[in-house]
Design a protein around this ligand. Structure first.
Ligand SMILES: O=C(O)/C=C/C(=O)CC(=O)CC(=O)O
Ligand SMILES: [Ca+2]
Ligand SMILES: [Mg+2]
Length: 421
């Protein structure tokens, strides 16, 4: 497959990818839906009239919106048709766009000139806890090393309902939060800025098609509801978390900002990178069981760049495929009670840690609760994040002739704001 748009061989955004995002430019601040190709954006608002297939001919308005929710809600046949249409329009043998200089002028925007926005209005956000290595590590550090995994963990995908309001787009600064912590075990808690700020390397999927309240999504239909994926940093205040989480789970330690990457890579684009599911023992309940492969080989990487430094250090290399529970199982379990999900809902995977100690997806694990500081290339060390640190996450699938990239999910940690009270 070749496009008339030129890009390097291993660009994040070849014609095989075509991720969706929402962007604006200086001369038109109304956000528009676009597709990344090389280092350009194809503005779908300008070419919505070219979607003439049976699914989209009467639904072209979805490409005129300022968020992807309506398009996400159309379902798989429409997503497929849109992908085929865009792929054809961009292919080297298709003259329609290639040879129409006027339309091309309107339809393409350099990514360097665009401001990216959240791809969807996120009504609800849930975060799972599906990496067995991460859950085991946290269990050892926070609780009991002999019973690190809770008895429920291998029976259901554990998760918590998160906070949609504080999900932000890559590039948004994050302030070190204030909160209560237990500085000295056994003494009363203290109040002040978080001392143990951390990142969590995650991916998240956007829900496409909704279900009705009272009608659980079945495992055989689950794939039809999963639109696509982004990289996610679930910034975590570990000292606040440790004191507050009993018995209801994460609360303010994780509502200070959750960063996502701007380009939604569709499940359709990820199909060539499907790999074996993680082995599950005990066998899941029938409502969660599926034999088809629905795991993805996606390389993940986390870099830390200290304040005012141009020296970055890769502190973690992991892979999406280390997740124990598949995203289909997460979605099915989420709705088994009849809970309804909506287009644009965001479902975090949980921190993705591998087995090896350099594949752990958080500083809590990488520095083993601060007992093993990690060395950065600028000569400094980290147990947890310092003010001014920028955390950059990357994700990409490696094909023979092309990569499917996710772009970056980045954010800088700023010092705690002075409280006015
Ligand atoms: O086990 C705990 O007490 C802590 C769990 C988490 O940190 C929750 C979370 O965000 C899950 C995850 O990212 O895997
Ligand atoms: Ca998390
Ligand atoms: Mg949040």
């Amino acid at each position: 497959m070749k496009s008339f748009i030129k890009y390097p061989k291993y660009s994040d955004f070849p014609i095989e990818n075509l991720p969706y995002g929402v962007f604006s430019i200086e001369s038109d601040t109304v956000p528009k839906i676009g597709v990344a190709i090389g280092d350009l954006i194809l503005n779908l608002n300008e070419i919505s009239h070219l979607f003439q297939g049976p699914q989209l001919k009467k639904k072209q308005y979805v490409f005129k919106e300022s968020s992807l929710n309506a398009f996400m809600g159309l379902g798989q046949p429409a997503w497929k048709e849109a992908r085929e249409t865009i792929q054809k329009l961009l292919s080297e043998n298709e003259p329609l766009l290639r040879d129409n200089a006027q339309l091309r002028e309107k339809a393409f925007v350099p990514q360097s000139k665009a401001t990216m926005h959240l791809p969807a209005k996120i009504g609800d956000y849930t975060d799972f806890y599906s990496s067995i290595h991460h859950a085991t590590n946290v269990g050892v550090m926070f609780r009991d090393k002999n019973n690190a995994l809770m008895p429920n963990w291998k029976y259901l995908p554990v998760g918590y309902h998160g906070r949609a309001s504080s999900v932000v787009i890559s590039g948004t600064p994050i302030y070190r939060p204030h909160g209560q912590t237990l500085a000295i075990e056994g003494a009363p808690p203290v109040f002040g800025p978080c001392k143990l700020m951390d990142f969590e390397l995650e991916m998240a999927f956007f829900v496409g098609t909704p279900n009705n309240l009272g009608e659980p999504i079945s495992i055989s239909n689950a794939h039809k509801h999963i639109f696509g994926f982004v990289i996610m940093n679930d910034w975590s205040a570990r000292d606040i978390q440790k004191w507050e989480y009993v018995p209801l789970g994460p609360f303010t330690a994780k509502n200070l900002g959750t960063t996502i990457s701007p380009w939604v890579v569709t499940t359709l684009a990820l199909e060539p990178f499907i790999c074996e599911n993680f082995p599950q023992d005990p066998e899941p309940f029938p409502y969660l069981k599926h034999s088809d492969k629905f795991n993805f080989d996606i390389n993940l990487q986390v870099d830390i760049t200290p304040k005012d430094s141009n020296v970055s250090t890769t502190v973690c290399r992991s892979n999406f495929k280390y997740l124990y529970w598949t995203v289909k199982q997460q979605l099915v379990h989420h709705t088994i009670t009849g809970c309804n999900v909506n287009p644009g809902d965001l479902m975090g995977s949980g921190t993705i840690s591998g087995d090896a100690s350099d594949s752990f997806g958080s500083l809590l694990e990488l520095s083993w609760k601060g007992t093993k500081p990690i060395s950065l290339n600028d000569g400094t060390q980290r147990k947890f994040l310092q003010d001014g640190d920028t955390v950059t996450m990357r994700a990409f699938c490696e094909g023979d002739d092309y990569n499917i990239g996710f772009g970056v999910c980045a954010g800088q940690l700023l010092p705690a704001k002075k409280l006015a009270f």
